[in-house]
Design a protein around this ligand. Structure first.
Ligand code: GLN
Length: 309
């Protein structure tokens, strides 16, 4: 079995490598534009702690929107179902930073994985505390889930994102205008920019996602991170909203819940089986790693992993 998985990873990586150079590196955040587009990494974490890695799996990259999964888990833990008064659970069918829908839907973002929804989720996670304390809580959570204290925030990326963050600030002000923000805009986006700027490797990220594959329980520490029903629901949201207006295509091709980030990372959850992180900075039009999605598609197909079994 393990040998088969190794073989599937090697094959998926060969097929994905043929697509390097086809995507575009995100350049709207200047610090991200410097990344080598030919990087390709893959890590598979299994519930027994085994990790299979390939390519650039140990190089840290900016997790960007993949962080939204973890802040969603933390916010659900902190405020529970009341989170759903601030944000919805429907796919958006529009770009990750779209403003249009927010106006017609009175400042309540469609789901927690588009930027507006993630900003609203971070606002709820703050829950009256200072921004620095919450950014630290998120970082410590990522370290604990990764089982690695070396996970850091890349402050150059956070600053770069803040300096070019007019769009995210607009989303936050818009929600504020509809009374859907409980803290000052700068406090909220200050935490949001830092969570997006967390740098992790595929190895660390795959390990960090294991609790979502195992009904909310981290199989290596034994901790129940979120209740089982919440883990299922986070996976449902990833499946339907994890890639913005490319979520249907990803579900069709990969058949597993996943979350992409414009740093080129994708976290993919195979419930009961394991957690996979891939990284390649060239993105498709929706901001999902092009070669990374190819690697996941081939691996999931070969391994027979799908939530539609
Ligand atoms: N930090 C990015 C932004 O807010 C996250 C977007 C993404 O990864 N899709 O624009």
């Amino acid at each position: 079995m393990t040998n088969d998985l190794r073989h599937h990873i090697d094959e998926a990586m060969t097929l994905a490598a043929a697509h390097l150079g086809q995507g575009r590196v995100a350049d709207y955040i200047p610090a991200l534009a410097k990344v080598d587009p030919d990087k390709l990494g893959f890590a598979l974490a299994l519930p027994d702690g085994t990790l299979h890695t390939s390519g650039d799996a140990d190089e840290a990259f900016s997790i960007q929107s993949v962080s939204k999964i973890f802040t969603l888990a933390l916010a659900l833990r902190r405020v529970g179902s009341d989170l759903w008064t601030s944000v919805g659970r429907e796919p958006s069918g529009s770009a990750f930073n779209s403003v249009v829908q927010l106006e017609s839907e009175h400042g309540i973002p469609r789901n927690p994985l588009i930027n507006a929804g993630a900003i609203a989720t971070t606002d709820r996670l703050i829950d009256g505390r200072g921004g620095d304390a919450v950014a630290e809580e998120i970082l410590n959570f990522m370290r604990a889930r990764a089982g690695d204290d070396h996970v850091e925030i890349d402050f150059d990326v956070a600053l770069s994102e803040s300096e070019t963050g007019a769009r995210n600030r607009s989303l936050a002000h818009f929600m504020d205008a509809f009374d859907n923000l409980k803290h000052p805009v700068e406090t909220v986006v200050g935490v949001y920019f830092r969570q997006c700027a967390i740098a992790m490797s595929c190895r660390q990220l795959a390990r960090a996602g294991l609790f979502l594959a195992m009904e909310g329980r981290d199989p290596l520490t034994g901790e129940q991170i979120v209740e089982a029903h919440r883990a299922r629901r986070i996976n449902a949201i990833m499946m339907l909203c994890g890639h913005y207006d490319n979520s249907g295509e990803f579900a069709f091709r990969v058949g597993l819940p996943g979350k992409s980030g414009v740093g080129g990372g994708i976290l993919c959850i195979a419930p009961g089986q394991g957690s996979i992180a891939v990284w390649s900075p060239g993105l498709n039009e929706a901001g999902t790693s092009l070669a990374g999605a190819v690697a996941l598609e081939h691996f999931a197909y070969a391994a027979g992993w799908s939530v539609f079994d």
